[in-house]
Design a protein around this ligand. Structure first.
Ligand code: B16
Ligand code: MG
Length: 222
């Protein structure tokens, strides 16, 4: 039995910082412009889902799935991204969720490799804005991924980049699609927040996500 996991792989949105609300505001503006109403509850179903797929879900939600061709969809997605990227200017080092920076520091001290598995093409810029890029040994490139969560592709890419075996790693997620992705690649899953099914460990918020907690969880399960 290994006393420590080979790596810890983090989701970004909802685990490291709360960008879900910013995604929501940008999508809401785009949806309004084409006569579709979305609310925060619907937005939950877009967590971990790529930009293009999110747009398809919004169109379907509004009963307009067949009304926009590929070019129109690309334009809407680009417009949404412009709004979203503009809103990211408000992120600072203080926008890291409670406990996360401390955990990243401890994982460095414990020599445990850290990876990022976000399907956001904006992830590198967000880590820079939060001033935590240096704590990540490898960030999977969302541009090289063809299937968003719940497919395990992004988590497998993070493990491959770190040179670790998924079976010996922990993945941390706040979205159901992300928990399903972690479980599908044989990693141990940690869920943050309520309403998630199938997480191997469920914590109410990031404040509870400490190295002693993860270490005890690892040793109990392995
Ligand atoms: P972008 P994660 C995901 O990030 C978000 O949860 C999801 O809402 C968003 O649509 C997706 O990134 C793509 O983001 O438009 O910035 O490329 O949860 O995988 O960290
Ligand atoms: Mg997330």
């Amino acid at each position: 039995m290994n006393s420590k996991p080979q790596a810890i792989i983090f989701d970004l949105d909802g685990v490291i910082t709360d960008t879900a609300h910013l995604h929501f505001l940008a999508w809401q503006q785009i949806a309004n412009e084409i006569g579709i109403v979305i609310d925060e509850q619907f937005n939950d179903s877009l967590k971990g889902i790529s930009r293009g797929e999110s747009l398809q879900r919004i169109l379907q939600h509004g009963g307009k799935a067949g009304e926009f061709g590929a070019e129109a969809c690309a334009q809407l997605a680009e417009q949404k991204n412009r709004l979203y990227v503009h809103s990211l200017r408000q992120l600072t080092a203080d926008s890291v969720l409670p406990g996360i920076r401390e955990l990243l520091v401890t994982l460095r001290e414990e020599h445990i490799p850290v990876g990022l598995a976000s399907v956001s093409l904006n992830a590198p810029a967000i880590l820079q804005a939060l001033d935590i890029r240096a704590y990540f040994d490898f960030c999977a490139d969302a541009a090289l991924i063809s299937r968003s969560k719940p497919d395990p592709e992004i988590f497998l890419a993070a493990c491959a980049g770190l040179g670790v075996d998924p079976q010996h790693c922990i993945g941390i997620e706040d979205a159901q699609a992300g928990i399903d992705a972690i479980n599908a690649c044989g990693m141990l899953s940690v869920g943050i927040g309520a309403g998630l099914n199938g997480a191997n460990l469920q914590l109410p918020s990031t404040e509870f996500l400490t190295w002693p907690c993860l270490s005890a969880f690892w040793q109990n399960d392995k």
